[in-house]
Design a protein around this ligand. Structure first.
Ligand SMILES: Nc1nc2c(c(=O)[nH]1)N[C@H]1C(S)=C(S)[C@@H](COP(=O)(O)OP(=O)(O)OC[C@H]3O[C@@H](n4cnc5c(=O)[nH]c(N)nc54)[C@H](O)[C@@H]3O)O[C@H]1N2
Ligand SMILES: Nc1nc2c(c(=O)[nH]1)N[C@H]1C(S)=C(S)[C@@H](COP(=O)(O)OP(=O)(O)OC[C@H]3O[C@@H](n4cnc5c(=O)[nH]c(N)nc54)[C@H](O)[C@@H]3O)O[C@H]1N2
Ligand SMILES: [Mo]
Length: 730
């Protein structure tokens, strides 16, 4: 999302700098931005389809050969049983206005129902709590960092990650800004991260116990009469029940479990309640853990009962200029969010918001019998490294009768594909960031045209995905008219929006809208989202309003200002109020009560992210890989001594499902009893085409994550708080 200034000479990028004039990022840049041209130039990046040979090697193929092969393998399976065809999509969708919209089209047009994604190793608990609290599964309040005076961050480390479901350029500078205004920020994390190091206070927590901490705080708020709904007054449901919910979770009752003194818990609650402009924010450490849904819910509950919701300096809802497809409630949930409607075949895991835990994927492929997954399409995902129990998935993928990957690299996952279909490089396609504006601290946006003409013979991803969708419907690939399907998709969307009461184009004839956009492809969808957004021209109704052309005329972006209160606009619950005590979530408290009773003396493993990397797929960029080895096990000196380990020694880390050998980095930044591995490593698999990454393989932490460990209500994977044993490696 940061504005970059690229200098090009003779068709090559010679320099990348932060764009100082960018209205959003104002000169901020991170290491990933400075190397974007390496992704474009990477000799390992696929520029033609690849077909796997019998012996496991790959050959470059023409698009004709690739689609012939897909027709031969995929079409018969889809015709026999579409449910046996699964799709997995990954993180890059969040940033690509093409991928996100056209993966939606792939699913809707083909009728695919077996859907997996990186979402169930990420924010599914937050999706669930928002669905049940606000009636909108992608509506998350975010901290108004620029105006807050007190921020409690749990399980987030923007020092490395920069942000997540909170987009704020140069977030660390903004956190410092809180301190410069006389405010404070506190970090709750089992590791004294770079963020915690700069915070006013680091509160070390036992992994997986945030829900207990937050209930302890809620208990204090009720017990001390600190409830004050503020702007949410009259707009919430269930306040009385909430008080009884925290019964039995006093600070004294949770302190041992959380390993945080009761007095500190109470002080935190009081400080939150008493600071007018304050906010609690939780991120991935609060989601990918044993009580992810409870923690995600309680973060919002605390903001609400202390009057922080929907007010400047508190937790607010972003107002993007261009709406994302995710803001549309799926038709299957038109009458409310029904959960656990069906169950997975092997484990009996309930679906949540249309998906099973991604850790079910391996067993659904490997277990014979009716309903087995026989074909898989991956789009921009690397689950062999990113999904829990990844060894099992790596072993299961070769059993597929057909695997197609839409991906730009031949990596740990796509090496199992029968056919890989590459898209274009990030510099060969236009960019307008996709979902993340929905959690941005300003209503801004910007558009960058493609820097380079796409290389001859490349095919944009929207066309690949539409073609696959029609093939899944049994159409011979040569007969498919991409433009026709795209227009059908576009008109369908326009009709849906035009039919809505209160829509800016309510009653407009979709064919008039179509006339304004004769060119097929993702740009007209983006233009439509801008024009029907809060500042759009509404196709004439608001003649001075924004269109995509407005952005094309302003390469530094357009900023429509800071967060504004908008609770009434976002709530979509049946009651029209925020549901404070959704029964489905509250029912999970028994599991937490049992946790308070559980003996807990094992060493546990958590994950970390790294600044010079992006999940699993930027380790092939040489300038990001210099310096000390980074795939290390962080361990407190006390734990290292107990295990007989010293800094730099090779340790063997063993969990219930796997074992890896990795060098130890002894550091008191870890809480005692907690060890930490980075995620996204493990590039030692044979048959990939990653010439840089394979020189720095590291180990895959997900070999250690038991697939059965999930946050029960959401099905989200638990990759933080995994019991492990650590010993010197032999
Ligand atoms: N243990 C542990 N596991 C985790 C996490 C953790 O913290 N700990 N974090 C989780 C989180 S938050 C996430 S988001 C997931 C990520 O999980 P995934 O999304 O499965 O993994 P990524 O590493 O982001 O892989 C992105 C893939 O997209 C491809 N790609 C890159 N650019 C493009 C493009 O333009 N087009 C196409 N078609 N493909 C492209 C890359 O080659 C790569 O294969 O991992 C999760 N797994
Ligand atoms: N440079 C870079 N930036 C990235 C990414 C990347 O790989 N590299 N990945 C992107 C993606 S996909 C995402 S989702 C975001 C994630 O962004 P963040 O949520 O900021 O992710 P992390 O940096 O992994 O920080 C998570 C923190 O949670 C802590 N934690 C672990 N378990 C617990 C627990 O039980 N309770 C609490 N309170 N804390 C816990 C960990 O110690 C860690 O410090 O980052 C994005 N940004
Ligand atoms: Mo993520």
């Amino acid at each position: 999302m940061c504005g970059l200034e690229l200098t090009v000479k003779h068709g090559r990028v010679t320099r990348i700098r932060a764009n100082e004039d960018d209205v959003w990022s104002e000169g901020f840049i991170c290491p990933k931005g400075t190397v974007i041209h390496h992704l474009h130039e990477d000799p390992d990046r696929l520029q033609t389809p690849m077909i796997r040979n019998e012996d496991g090697t790959f050959r470059e193929a023409t698009w004709e050969e690739a689609f012939d092969e897909i027709e031969r393998r995929l079409t018969p399976i889809a015709e026999e049983d579409l449910e046996s065809v699964a799709v997995y999509f990954g993180n890059p969708l969040a940033h690509s206005f093409t991928l996100s919209r056209y993966v939606g089209a792939l699913i809707n047009f083909s009728g695919l129902t077996t859907i997996y994604s990186a979402g169930t190793v990420d924010q599914w608990p937050k999706n669930l709590s928002s669905a049940l609290m606000y009636g909108a599964s992608w509506t998350f309040p975010i901290p108004d960092v620029d105006r807050t005076d007190f921020l409690i961050m749990l399980g987030a480390n923007p020092f490395d990650s920069q942000g997540s479901l909170l987009a704020a350029p140069g977030l660390m500078k903004r956190l410092k800004g809180i301190q410069e205004r006389g405010g404070r920020f506190v970090v709750v994390d089992p590791r004294r991260t770079g963020t915690a190091e700069r915070a006013d206070r680091w509160i070390s927590i036992r992994p997986g116990t945030d829900a207990a901490l937050l209930l302890g705080m809620l208990h204090v708020i009720f017990a001390e009469g600190l409830v004050d709904l503020g702007a949410a007054e009259g707009r919430v449901q269930g306040l009385a029940e909430l008080e009884s919910v925290c019964e039995g979770f006093s600070p004294a009752a949770v302190e041992e479990t959380c390993r945080i003194p009761a007095a500190e818990i109470a002080a935190l609650a009081r400080e939150l309640a008493r600071t007018e402009r304050a906010c609690v924010y939780g991120r991935i450490g609060t989601c990918t853990q044993e009580f992810g849904t409870l923690a995600s819910w309680l973060v919002d509950v605390l903001n609400i009962v202390t009057g922080k919701l929907d007010r400047p300096g508190g937790a607010m809802f972003a107002k993007p200029i261009a709406w994302s497809m995710l803001s549309l409630r799926p038709p299957e949930f038109e009458n409310g969010f029904e959960l656990n409607r069906f169950h997975s075949r092997v484990r009996g895991a309930p679906e949540v918001l249309g998906q099973f835990p991604v850790s079910c994927l391996a067993e659904e492929i490997a277990t014979p019998g009716e309903g087995r997954i026989r074909a898989l399409i991956t789009v921009a995902g690397n689950p062999v490294l990113s999904a829990p129990d990844s060894g099992k998935l790596d072993a299961a993928l070769p059993e597929l009768e057909c695997m197609i990957s839409v991906d730009n690299w031949l990596n740990e996952t796509t090496r199992h594909a029968h056919v890989i279909l590459p898209g274009q490089s990030p510099l060969e396609q236009p960019h307008y960031d996709e979902m993340i504006w929905s959690w941005a601290i300003r209503s801004a946006g910007k558009y960058a045209p493609a820097l380079f003409e796409p290389k001859d013979g490349t095919v944009p991803e929207w066309q690949i995905l539409l073609r696959l969708s029609a093939m899944l419907q049994g159409q011979p690939w040569r007969d498919i008219d991409i433009d026709e399907i795209d227009t059908f998709y576009f008109v369908g969307l326009v009709s849906m929006i035009a039919e809505r009461e209160g829509s800016p184009i309510h009653g407009l004839d979709p064919s008039d809208v179509l006339e304004a956009h004769p060119e097929p492809g993702p740009e007209r969808l983006l233009d439509f989202a801008i024009r029907t957004g809060p500042w759009g021209d509404a196709y004439g109704a608001n003649p001075d309003g924004l269109t995509l052309d407005s952005f094309k005329a302003e390469p530094n972006g357009i900023d429509m200002g800071p967060l504004v209160p908008r609770l009434d606009e976002v709530i979509q619950t049946e009651s029209g109020r925020v549901e404070l005590t959704p029964g489905y979530i509250v029912a999970d408290l028994d599991r937490l009560r049992a946790r308070l009773e559980r003996k807990d003396d094992s060493l546990v493993l958590v994950s970390r992210r790294q600044l010079r990397s992006n999940n699993s797929w930027m380790h092939n960029v040489a300038p990001l890989m210099t310096g000390k080895p980074r795939c290390t096990l962080l361990m407190h000196p006390h734990d290292a001594r107990t295990a007989g380990l010293d800094d730099g020694m090779l340790a063997s880390v063993t969990s219930a499902v796997g074992s890896v050998d990795v060098p130890v980095e002894v550091t008191d930044e870890m809480a005692v009893g907690v060890v930490c591995l980075p995620h996204g490593w493990g590039h030692d698999r044979p048959g990939t085409q990653l010439s840089v990454a394979s020189q720095y393989p590291g180990v895959c932490n997900n070999l250690l994550a038991p697939g059965e460990l999930v946050d029960v209500p959401s099905g989200n994977a638990v990759v933080n708080g995994i019991p492990v044993r650590v010993a010197p490696a032999h």
